[in-house]
Ligand binder design. Structure first.
Ligand code: NAI
Length: 469
């Protein structure tokens, strides 16, 4: 009879939710098993954040070369060898994956390669490269999500792509249609347009990235149109067909669009099926998510869930934080998950970064709030770098001056958001930011200026730019 291996902790899924949990539990002295069906690093490292950012980093170079002439620097024609750029992306993934494998080994985590399924609340059967069963006193589920597959869209992964197959392409199309103007759709639109592809976005809702504040969505749409991206909103894609020249996309309104290929980015589905949740008695909610409390505990004692399957925040860094909390709980440390200061970055050109509440959300939640918005145009560093597009804005509670949220659109927004994340996580006020000396000339001075504006004491702007909620 096959011997069943026993561990203190088993983690199901080796993505940004699972592997940090495994490391934390191992470092706190537990024997840990990590079960992964594909590659360590999950979607983020292998099919998401990292590969897309490796390509986007190349696109940023293209942008800077185009901008060079404004500085009086003239370079010859830009030739993009996409195969080389794709090779760079693959090499980055490879390096990072090797690093992770090393981390698993140095932390003495036993990695099982295969698909894990609950047989009972404490037992997992693994099928794949490793075929075995294990038991664990505590289990963390971190199985993540994958691109949503819709039957009306016959994916062949050569012309009709999801984000995974598009990232794996070795050549660039001439014309690309993107179905869905959400986060993934917009990041790919920005990337491919910069690389010279003619891009059309077809979005069902009246605006792009509708989950973001309206000013942010408007700024992105304006920048996209200026870049030559065709943006069609309020259109429902009904059918996608293969035609001789490529693909044809039909929208409900009767119109159709033709291109070499298309990307369907209409959301993701959760990996909660076929993992035996019923055998463990784990409660799945109507929206498909596993019900958890703020300690990431499910309804079953000793079983935790983290990442996309456990909250509406489908972000790698949220998954990682939840993973650490679950591992800490298992090891007897009391920590809780809070969601009031979650930074979120969209790697478009211009970059978008947000944290906390938008003015609309703050008002909906009953806050009397105002917006203090500072344009990069008025900032010396932005002007010097010829990056004066966009703005940084703070959502301020009127009475207390507490910072409820912040949004930034423009150059290095992804870096800028860290200051506001720290401010909101620590419940700081605009006064705290205004009294903090910011180095000059730097981009974060935009926060200082917004804070001063929020206090009604603007320095480099007249006080009229404040909007009330
Ligand atoms: P999404 O939910 O952000 O956007 C999907 C869009 O498709 C929506 O705007 C929706 O209205 C539209 N849509 C749906 N059906 C349609 C139809 N038939 N015709 C036209 N439009 C249609 O989902 P997305 O972009 O696939 O991203 C999935 C998740 O991945 C997001 O929740 C996001 O948080 C996460 N993600 C985050 C990134 C980041 O933080 N930088 C990068 C990539 C993904």
């Amino acid at each position: 009879m096959m011997e069943i291996k026993k561990f203190d902790v088993a983690v199901l899924g080796g993505g940004p939710g699972g592997y940090p949990a495994a490391i934390r539990a191992a470092q706190r002295g537990k024997s840990v098993a990590l079960i992964e069906a594909k590659e360590l690093g999950g979607t983020c490292l292998n099919r998401g954040c990292i590969p897309s950012k490796a390509l986007i980093a190349g696109a940023e170079v293209v942008d800077r070369i185009h901008e060079a002439k404004e500085f009086g620097i003239h370079v010859g024609e830009v030739n993009i060898d996409y195969a080389q750029l794709a090779f760079h992306k693959d090499r980055v993934i490879e390096r990072m994956r090797k690093g992770l494998e090393g981390l698993m080994a140095t932390n003495k985590i036993t990695v099982f390669k295969g698909f894990g399924q609950f047989i009972s609340p404490r037992e997992i059967k693994i099928k794949g490269q490793d075929n075995t069963s294990i038991t664990a006193d505590q289990i963390i589920i971190a199985t993540g999500s994958e691109p949503r597959n819709i039957s009306a869209f016959p994916f062949d992964y050569e012309r009709i792509h999801d984000s995974t197959s598009l990232l794996a392409m070795k050549t660039l199309p001439e014309k690309l249609i993107i179905v869905g103007g959400g986060v993934i759709g917009c990041e790919f639109a920005s990337l491919y347009a910069t690389l010279g592809v003619h891009v059309t976005i077809l979005e069902l809702l009246p605006r792009l990235i509708s989950s973001e504040a309206i000013e942010v969505s408007q700024a992105l749409t304006k920048a996209f149109i200026k870049r030559g991206i065709q943006v069609e909103t309020g259109v429902k894609v009904q059918k996608i067909e293969q035609v001789e020249m490529g693909i044809q996309v039909q929208v409900e309104e009767g119109k159709h669009y033709v291109a070499d290929c298309c990307l369907v980015a209409v959301g993701r589905s959760l990996n909660t099926k076929n993992i035996g949740l019923d055998k463990a008695g784990i409660l799945v909610q109507e929206n498909g998510m596993i019900a958890v409390n703020d300690k990431m505990q499910t309804n079953v004692d000793g079983i935790y869930a983290v990442g996309d399957i456990a909250s509406k925040w489908w972000l790698a860094h949220v998954a990682s934080h939840q993973g650490l909390i679950a591992a800490d709980q298992i090891c007897g440390k009391s920590s809780r998950m809070y969601y009031h200061a979650i930074p979120s970055v969209i790697f478009t050109h211009p970059e978008i970064a947000t944290v906390g509440l938008s003015l609309e959300e703050a008002t909906k939640r009953g806050y009397k709030a105002k917006l203090a918005s500072f344009p990069f145009q008025a900032l010396g560093k932005s002007q010097a770098a010829l990056q004066a597009e966009g703005f940084a804005q703070i959502v301020v509670e009127e009475k207390s001056g507490q910072i409820l949220g912040a949004q930034v659109v423009g150059y290095e927004a992804s870096v800028m958001i860290a200051e506001m994340t720290l401010a909101i996580a620590n419940e700081l006020t605009v006064e705290c930011v205004a009294e903090t000396i910011h180095a000059h000339p730097t981009l974060p001075e935009a926060w200082l200026e917004s804070a001063l504006l929020g206090e009604g004491l603007p320095l480099h702007l007249p006080p009229k730019t404040q909007k009330k909620g």
